[in-house]
Write a protein that binds this ligand. Structure first.
Ligand SMILES: Cc1cc2nc3c(=O)[nH]c(=O)nc-3n(C[C@H](O)[C@H](O)[C@H](O)COP(=O)(O)OP(=O)(O)OC[C@H]3O[C@@H](n4cnc5c(N)ncnc54)[C@H](O)[C@@H]3O)c2cc1C
Length: 392
């Protein structure tokens, strides 16, 4: 082994998967995983589902532990990267040398107010970490009038938990919830169920600004047309932004993320994977894919590149996504959003069905299992997708 080995910065789903995959691919040199969060690495999707509802504690979220041959530094934030000296610089000034580097610093929740409306009673709450979810649950237990800005899948999941805990819930968005991400048919399944559960949905061209009363209490949201939506708790679910501040002077990243090529390479000996990575999709436009399974598949592909270089297969994500709320669990393989009405692929049980949208080219069929447990592999096969990483 030469030099300082491989350093992986960002110790969550992509970082842990990448570190494990490096060992599986035969890398036996020095391996260091650096993560800002003090908690052991965990998975995020249950945060807005079981954690908010009080059905899961931290133990059930923990990612499988890495072997003792991986040095794991938690509570350690990278504040910079010295490309010339091949060093990661930590917040305390400590430096870690590397000869190959993986960037897996993911994304953080976007906010409407720059500082979330200041502490100790933030005017705006977000959910990205386990501690965010615990803090929000604590506030939801007082049954506040909740105003959720953003009707994407995270907003819908928080709304569902809110109703389950007895809160009054309003969703505010510039567009009808979920339509932009899922398409009208799947979006309407959730929206109909949300309305039936008593959620109020307000669609306005501007999402509005969180407001405080005199004395500092959260008062609601002020909309651009002057209307005020009153509430006690404002939750923003308006997407996420790549964690790239530590890379700023290096030129490796732009505000939208870290551009990668089709082998997840950023620069010689440097790869990126997961929510932070910006790659060219089928449409050719660089974009991030902030989905759980992309973080896993892309991290494995990036590890193969670090170990095998140009002999590694190229990576193209075969889209897979799931969400749950208001008693509906949808697992979807294939491109989203999907337009038009699907055909019923399997409707033998009306409460648990598989829908299919016609193919838009090879591997471009979309299949959705609604309230039906179908494995990722099977759903991807039904969608006619090639397994991730299999293309060369
Ligand atoms: C509430 C919630 C619900 C979700 N539900 C679903 C779902 O139902 N289905 C689905 O497909 N996807 C879902 N996702 C998305 C999925 O969780 C993400 O795609 C996945 O977490 C991405 O993993 P990652 O490792 O790339 O990034 P992240 O999970 O963002 O992890 C990045 C890690 O890097 C650390 N880090 C950042 N900057 C630094 C630094 N400078 N130095 C050191 N460490 C740093 C961060 O603290 C973090 O621990 C959900 C996400 C959230 C937040």
């Amino acid at each position: 082994v030469k030099g300082d080995g491989i350093v992986v910065v960002g110790a969550s789903l992509a970082g842990v998967t990448l570190a494990r995959a490096l060992r599986e691919e035969g890398y036996d040199g020095r391996l260091t995983l650096v993560g800002e969060e003090p908690r052991p690495p965990y998975t995020r999707p249950p945060l807005t589902k079981q954690v908010l509802c009080g059905e899961s504690g931290f133990d059930s979220l923990a990612l499988p532990e890495l072997g003792s041959d991986v040095e794991v530094l938690l509570g350690a934030r990278a504040r910079g990267l010295d490309l010339e000296r091949r060093r990661v610089v930590l917040d305390g000034g400590e430096e870690i040398g590397f000869d190959r580097l993986a960037i897996t610093t993911g994304a953080g929740a976007r906010r409407l107010l720059p500082d979330g409306g200041a502490q100790p009673d933030p005017a705006e709450t977000v959910v990205r970490s386990y501690d965010d979810a615990l803090a929000l649950r604590e506030r939801m237990l007082a049954k506040p009038r909740m105003l959720i800005v953003g009707g994407g899948f995270i907003g819908i999941e928080i709304a569902s938990a809110g109703r389950q805990l007895g809160c009054e819930v309003t969703i505010v968005d510039c567009r009808p919830p979920l339509r932009a991400s899922l398409g009208p048919f799947l979006a309407d399944l959730f929206v109909t169920a949300a309305r039936a559960a008593g959620v109020r949905i307000v669609v306005r061209p501007e999402p509005g600004t969180p407001l405080r009363e005199e004395g500092g209490r959260v008062a609601g949201i002020s909309l651009a047309d002057g209307t005020v939506l009153e509430g006690d708790l404002v939750v923003s679910a308006v997407g996420c932004a790549a964690n790239v501040d530590w890379l700023e002077p290096t030129g490796l990243a732009g505000p939208a993320g870290v551009p990668v090529d089709d082998r997840c390479r950023v620069a010689p000996g440097i790869v990126a994977a997961g929510d932070v990575a910006l790659h060219r999709g089928a449409g050719g436009r660089p974009r991030r894919t902030p989905h759980w399974l992309n973080a896993i598949d892309q991290a494995k592909a990036a590890a193969r590149t670090l170990v095998h270089g140009d002999a590694a297969p190229t990576y193209s994500y075969s889209p897979y996504f799931w969400t749950e709320g208001f008693g509906i669990a949808a697992r979807v393989a294939g491109p989203l959003p999907v337009a038009g009405e699907p055909s019923l692929r399997d409707g033998s049980d009306p409460s648990s069905r598989i829908f299919e949208w016609a193919s838009r080219g090879p591997g471009r069929r979309t299949v959705a299992a609604v309230n039906r447990r179908v494995s990722v592999g099977k759903l991807r096969r039904l969608a006619g997708a090639t397994p991730a990483g299999a293309e060369t």
